[in-house]
Design a protein around this ligand. Structure first.
Ligand code: SG4
Ligand code: ZN
Length: 274
């Protein structure tokens, strides 16, 4: 076994088909992402609205934008618990604190979401990763099927730029290589990055995993139907500005950093009550 993995499906040494050799979790029974297929979903009347706490104010500290070699992520600096940004309700078994958010995208000629709906892929997908208040660290939470809650949002192409993404887009030039990071002015609210509907009541729910090795089956997934608008030009900034690989390595544009849908196997997928 090797610990090297990559997104290139053509690469038999490190591509997604090889991830189960990096960690056997990646060949497990509850892997993510999946395709959402209406014929295999059931509506659950207990899946009402999710309560978002602290999403509606600029955080009291810095957002840190980082290139981890697989994605760009934005992490809350310092003790996340004191930020008091969390989600609860909507059938979640606990309160889950915001840890970080990141993106998966495609190329100028192909879409790049991880989840798909009726076989259709979207241009980009946002993941907001939350940690159960039962745990102090992500490492502890990884052993519990309800340790993490990740919210997924799809992007759709719009004519106009989405100005709420300007701070992040402007920061990308500072995280061009793996390991780069930059602190962003914490002027934006997390909810400004989300779909502009005021009630996010339409979503899919299932039990799954992290979508990168070690593919731990510790995630309650919630993927929303309402989408986030972004312009082609803005999407191109992700595709052209950040790279796989550290400084000194041959820079390869970070594109197509998504895992393809995994078999549903014995799982049930639920649709929210609305
Ligand atoms: C991305 O590579 C994130 O940057 C990772 O965040 C994240 O890992 C990984 O995706 C898997 O998360 O929501 N797609 S996902 O299932 O959150 C973790 C970090 O490396 C552990 C911090
Ligand atoms: Zn992700």
């Amino acid at each position: 076994a090797t610990d090297k993995w990559c997104y290139d499906s053509q690469d038999i040494n490190c591509g997604p088909a090889h991830w189960k050799d990096v960690n056997h979790n990646c060949g497990g029974e509850n892997q993510s992402p999946i395709n959402f297929d209406w014929t295999r979903m059931r509506r659950d009347q207990n899946l009402g609205g999710i309560t978002f706490q602290g999403y509606d104010r600029a955080p009291p500290g810095m957002w840190r934008l980082m290139n981890n070699g697989h994605s760009v992520l934005v992490q809350l600096e310092g003790e996340t618990v004191i930020w008091n940004m969390n989600i609860s309700g909507g059938g979640l078994p606990n309160i889950f604190q915001v840890l970080q958010f990141h993106f998966h995208w495609g190329s100028p000629t192909s879409n790049g979401s991880e989840h798909t709906v009726g076989g259709n892929q979207y241009p980009m997908e946002l993941h907001i990763v939350h940690l159960s208040v039962k745990y102090q660290s992500i490492a502890d939470a990884m052993k519990d099927p309800s340790g993490l809650a990740v919210l997924g949002f799809f992007f759709t192409i719009a004519e106009a730029d989405n100005p709420n993404y300007n701070t992040i887009l402007a920061g990308l030039k500072n995280v061009s290589s793996e390991g780069n990071f930059v602190d962003l002015e914490p002027t934006f609210r997390l909810d400004s990055l989300l779909p502009s509907t005021n009630k996010l009541t339409r979503y899919y729910r299932y039990q799954g995993s992290l979508t990168t090795p070690d593919c731990e089956e510790a995630v309650i997934w919630t993927v929303f139907e309402d989408t986030i608008p972004i312009s082609c030009a803005q999407l191109k900034v992700f595709m052209d500005t950040v790279h796989f690989g550290a400084i000194g390595e041959t820079p390869v544009k970070m594109r197509n950093n998504f895992r393809p849908p995994q078999p549903l196997k014995n799982r049930k997928v639920y649709a929210s009550k609305d």
